[in-house]
Ligand binder design. Structure first.
Ligand code: GLY
Ligand code: MN
Ligand code: MN
Length: 462
């Protein structure tokens, strides 16, 4: 049974922001066919779950300004339940989920237009479910057809994500505890994959990326995670330079690096960890030089992550360290690109570090939440890009607050190119940890798997 209190509190908090005569409607995720009679593994919608704790498909929730909540869900059905599993059903939903009314999903079309009548503002999650807009339009047409009988049609349509994103951005104690646990499970999975890799190579076995992928999945499920939070990246050697590579069947060669970016989802919360390690447990000189650089840049990002700092500060701190390091190790030639400030201004580092350092983490791996500081939305800054001459506009970045959770994931990816020292070719390194912002700094919740090169080597010894 789902504990309803936290969900009803969230619904009340949302209701208080809907205006005097507003109503919010949210569907859960729709099921999707994969092929013939098989569906993609079902995963509820995060907004919907955040407000209900209910994970069955075919469900909608309506919340009005008074906090009155109506659920539409699958009806009890003996035959379907034999095939697909037990359904809660509208009869039990009131007690179980703490909603005020519950109906069968079969009644949605009949009730919905009536429930949208005489409301001033209709809130729904804009641009999140394809086809939703046209269904809403259909219901509003029915409301409009009753205007001559005295019905009022909503005058405004607004995005409920704007309200929910702000709520979801700050994780409460319970959410933080779940995220800690998810990160701990993922950390153990990374350790197991590293150790398996070195052990198989020592035993002279043919190691493939899928062996490590299987080890991760085993560790996730063994500890109660429902599924990976995203498709695991297990990239051997040059594959690590493909940012969204998926675990495939490439051989993991003795002497190569392996980049694993994998995290489990536990009770609807994601973890997101990347480690890069030498397949045989021993970094080469060139690998170690770049590894230590990425590690130092991550330390700089960690040091810049604290309440009151801007979301962009960890990225800027990482970039500074990486850019200086690229000059020091000869990835960038200062006679061509200039000094540190030139490298940053003209983004010369971009050849080897082309993504951002952070994203929000929560129920979704790339979690919701504005990256702009809401109170400064109107402060538009313009600057001329030193590289392209283009005038770029941006708004002040979000100010970090306690309870926000973000990743810190700098990297270096070296594709062969003219001027690049050969011994760095095809090295791809990323180190990613999950951080909860605190009053004084941040809590790294994914550090049960070490990051220091020496600690990784120790971990991989027999
Ligand atoms: N695993 C996805 C990411 O790191 O953003
Ligand atoms: Mn990430
Ligand atoms: Mn990741």
């Amino acid at each position: 049974m789902v504990k309803s209190s936290v969900y009803s509190q969230r619904r009340a908090q949302l209701a208080s922001q809907l205006g005097s005569d507003g109503i919010a409607i949210l569907p859960t995720a729709f099921e999707r066919a994969r092929n013939r009679d098989s569906d993609y593994l079902y995963r509820h919608d995060s907004y919907f779950y955040y407000l209900t704790g209910f994970s069955e498909p075919n469900a909608w929730i309506l919340i009005d300004s008074s906090g009155h909540t109506t659920l539409f869900c699958q009806p009890k059905d003996m035959e379907r339940e034999i095939w697909d599993g037990i359904r809660l059903g509208p009869g039990a939903a009131q007690d179980s989920l703490g909603v005020d009314a519950a109906y069968s999903i079969a009644e949605l079309e009949v009730h919905m237009p009536r429930m949208l009548e005489n409301r001033e503002v209709l809130w729904y999650p804009m641009a999140t479910h394809s086809g939703l807009e046209s269904r809403i339009e259909g219901w509003l047409q029915k409301v409009r057809s009753r205007v001559r009988y005295g019905a009022l049609c909503p005058e405004q349509i607004r995005d409920v994500c704007v309200l929910l994103d702000e709520m979801r951005l700050i994780k409460d104690e319970t959410e933080q505890a779940t995220m800690r646990k998810a990160a701990q499970i993922s950390a153990q999975a990374h350790i197991r994959a590293m150790q398996l890799c070195a052990r198989m190579l020592r035993e002279g076995k043919d190691v493939r990326e899928y062996h490590l992928d299987a080890e991760l999945l085993h560790a996730f499920r063994q500890h109660g995670s429902q599924y990976p939070a995203y498709a695991s990246i297990v990239a051997a050697g040059a594959n690590a330079c493909v940012l969204h590579y998926r675990a495939d069947n490439a051989a993991v060669n003795n002497g190569a690096l392996v980049l694993i970016d994998a995290g489990c989802e536990l009770d609807s919360y994601a973890s997101d960890i990347t480690r890069t390690f030498p397949a045989n447990g021993q970094f080469t000189g060139a690998q170690r030089a770049l590894y230590d650089l990425v590690e130092a840049s991550q330390q700089a990002a960690v040091a810049a992550t604290r309440s009151g700092a801007r979301f962009t500060e960890p990225h800027e701190a990482s970039v500074r360290v990486l850019a200086q390091g690229m000059l020091d190790v000869g990835l960038l030639n200062k006679d061509k690109v200039g000094g540190l400030d030139d490298v940053i201004e003209k983004r010369a580092y971009f050849q080897f570090y082309m993504h951002r350092t952070s994203h929000w983490l929560g129920m979704d791996v790339h979690d919701c939440g504005s990256y702009i500081e809401p109170s400064e939305k109107g402060h538009l800054n313009h600057r001329k890009d030193a590289l392209t001459g283009e005038v770029l506009s941006n708004r002040p970045a979000r100010i970090l607050r306690p309870g926000m959770v973000l990743t810190l994931e700098p990297g270096i990816y070296v594709r062969p190119a003219s001027g690049v020292p050969e011994h760095f070719n095809n090295i791809g390194i990323r180190i990613e940890d999950d951080a909860i912002v605190t009053n004084t700094g941040c809590e790294l919740i994914s550090r049960d798997v070490p990051v220091k090169a020496q600690a990784i080597e120790e971990l991989m010894r027999p």
